[in-house]
Write a protein that binds this ligand. Sequence first.
Ligand SMILES: CC(C)(COP(=O)(O)OP(=O)(O)OC[C@H]1O[C@@H](n2cnc3c(N)ncnc32)[C@H](O)[C@@H]1OP(=O)(O)O)[C@@H](O)C(=O)NCCC(=O)NCCS
Length: 174
Amino acid sequence: MQEHIQAATAQRQHRLAIEQLGPEDHDRIAAHFLTLSDDDRQLRFRCAADADWIGRYVAQLDFARQTLLALVAPDGSVAGLLQICRFRTAGGRCAELAFSVDPAHRGRGLGHRLMALALAHAQTVGIGRLATEVAPANRPMRAVLEAAGMEFTREDDDLIGTLAVVTQPVRLAA
Ligand SMILES: CC(C)(COP(=O)(O)OP(=O)(O)OC[C@H]1O[C@@H](n2cnc3c(N)ncnc32)[C@H](O)[C@@H]1OP(=O)(O)O)[C@@H](O)C(=O)NCCC(=O)NCCS
């Protein structure tokens, strides 16, 4: 019976909503980043990000150039966050991706779900290429990116993953 209740609770916890976050979600975004360990913060932000640093980072997010998509638990907390930073190159519209999943929600496919959201978003708004910077030792992140078909090149101590987005041609009814 106890196991039954635990399984039902776990299932409920994984009914996550997809939400686009904005400046009004400052506190929820910061609270999510604060769930990350020191090592996670190093992988995510490339620095030893303490609470003050995270507060400043979230305050300066430019929502005109970035899209933040969240997987949100029933209590409103952010279980997983995808940051999509758009930019242009001579070759067209691109975006850099950054991922984070609350340690309490790891290993259940949220990283893969965020990557699927990135692809769907890119196809919808016409982004032709996705890129992510990842530390070679970051096996979980690499597993997610590799599963999506990203290809890696080495740049200094990092790997740069890139993926050309295949856009579906729109079929118009005759
Ligand atoms: C990377 C991160 C987003 C993955 O989130 P997650 O929800 O646990 O990811 P998933 O459950 O979708 O999948 C994780 C994959 O990594 C694999 N994995 C997990 N731990 C691993 C390990 N120690 N070694 C090798 N692979 C590992 C899993 O097997 C899974 O791959 P599979 O589906 O092919 O089996 C999460 O670990 C995180 O937030 N890390 C800290 C921030 C960070 O590193 N961000 C990346 C820089 S942008």
